[in-house]
Ligand binder design. Structure first.
Ligand SMILES: Cc1cc2nc3c(=O)[nH]c(=O)nc-3n(C[C@H](O)[C@H](O)[C@H](O)COP(=O)(O)OP(=O)(O)OC[C@H]3O[C@@H](n4cnc5c(N)ncnc54)[C@H](O)[C@@H]3O)c2cc1C
Length: 379
């Protein structure tokens, strides 16, 4: 092994949580290394609807959102598997940008801020001893005073670190799959649609150019019932919803093959493991129908940053930093994740969703209340 440099902070995973944390820390003068196993730019399974909660935060980091002028999404349309529909005005709403564009821009900002960004580099192991983290990647090693796990909903490191949720046997809660396409379709730019089907739901909303993101979540069991064929799943299950049938018949699909991810788990996770501060999906995955996971990943990076700085400056101990981070994380996100789990449980089951939509139809205030449970304030 080649033991290389020692850094103030090592960040494992260059998604939104990792990129935003690396920018904030580098700009404050700390020596940061960030590992990402893929090469930017790249597509990622995600609905690409970003809550307005994080608009100011992204602009402060240097993302020129006002110049990009992304579609502003102010209305939600929900359909049941049989096609009944409700529409609702979103009080806060969101905007649409592809991960391909946003993550690559943040990666460039991270480099410009002085972070060492290693792309195409998977971390194979990480452990804490003698008050430092030791990070192994290929035949290389480095050390850091502090490390953060921003490696998303599923990583080789979950097993390596023997995280409880990753060692559980497959069950409905920890075995979902996600599929994503970019498409061209006829749909109002200010709307996001959430079309339900048996054991899953599919979001559609506009991103940059004339593209829309179509992204769905369903159980691994649903895919198995369709001979593990995404095409068959779409034909036999998704297209039973008349709205999805119309989209799959008329839209132009821009990817040769969809982006997919398997083994998505909504189990509770620990936010600190072996002194690693977990942020974003690595700390807890919110049900995608809440449209809030990206904003939580970025907000989590801001909370972690606030605790990491006094630790690195020697003003608080590691234990104090961890306790503060945990308490802030719980205060901001614990209830949202629980609410998301409950709402997700109500969707996707044929008669439950039909019934739920009929009940909600005359009560817009109730819809608003449900949405509020899964969202926070701008940060
Ligand atoms: C189907 C679906 C639809 C969704 N739709 C939305 C939506 O519309 N709006 C919304 O706000 N949220 C949505 N989400 C959630 C959102 O995508 C996530 O919450 C968000 O991406 C979390 O960011 P992150 O930085 O924690 O993780 P990620 O963005 O997943 O980044 C983690 C990174 O770590 C890297 N990595 C993993 N292991 C290693 C390793 N060992 N070494 C180096 N790198 C590693 C990965 O390659 C990855 O790039 C959706 C999720 C799903 C599944």
């Amino acid at each position: 092994m080649n033991e290389l440099n020692t850094y103030d902070v090592a960040i494992v995973g260059g998604g939104l949580a990792g990129l935003c944390l690396s920018i904030q820390l580098s700009r404050s003068g700390f020596n940061v290394i960030l590992f990402e196993k893929e090469k930017f730019p790249f597509h990622k399974v995600c609905g690409e609807y970003i809550s307005f909660e994080c608009w100011n935060f992204l602009e402060e980091l240097g993302v020129p959102l006002s110049d990009w002028n992304p579609p502003h999404i102010r209305h939600l349309e929900v359909t049941s598997p049989s096609g009944s529909l409700i529409r609702h005005k979103l009080s806060l709403g969101g905007f649409g940008i592809s991960r391909y564009k946003l993550d690559a821009y943040l990666a460039a900002l991270a480099r410009k801020s002085g972070a060492t960004l290693l792309e195409n580099t998977r971390v194979d192991n990480i452990w804490f001893s003698e008050s430092h983290f030791h990070i192994q990647y290929g035949s290389n090693m480095c050390k850091a005073k502090l490390a953060s796990g921003t490696f998303g909903k599923k990583s080789n490191l979950d097993i390596k670190l023997k995280r409880k949720f990753a060692l559980k046997k497959p069950a409905k809660i920890n075995n979902y799959i996600g599929v994503k396409y970019h498409i061209k379709t006829d749909f109002p730019a200010e709307f996001i649609a959430l079309h339900n089907f048996e054991d899953g739901y599919c979001g559609i909303s506009k991103v940059e150019g004339d593209k829309y993101c179509l992204c769905y979540l369903t159980t691994a069991q649903n895919l198995q019932r369709c001979n593990n064929s995404v095409k068959e799943l779409e034909q036999k299950i998704l297209r039973k919803n008349p709205h999805l049938d119309k989209i799959f018949s008329n839209a132009e699909f821009l990817f040769d093959t969809p982006e997919t991810i398997a083994q998505i788990s909504f189990e509770k996770k620990a936010q600190i493991e072996h002194h690693l501060l977990m942020i974003g999906d690595a700390a807890g995955v919110i049900a995608p129908l809440c449209g809030n996971g990206m904003s939580m990943a970025m907000h989590g990076s801001k909370i972690a940053f606030t605790q990491i700085v006094p630790f690195l400056q020697g003003k608080i101990s590691r234990e104090e930093m961890e306790t503060e981070y945990q308490s802030e994380w719980d205060g901001r996100f614990k209830r949202r994740l629980a609410a998301g789990r409950i709402i997700q449980g109500l969707f996707g089951r044929g008669w439950v969703t039909n019934w739920f939509i009929r009940i909600l139809h005359p009560f817009p205030k109730l819809v608003e209340k449900l949405i509020r449970q899964t969202h926070g304030e701008p940060f």
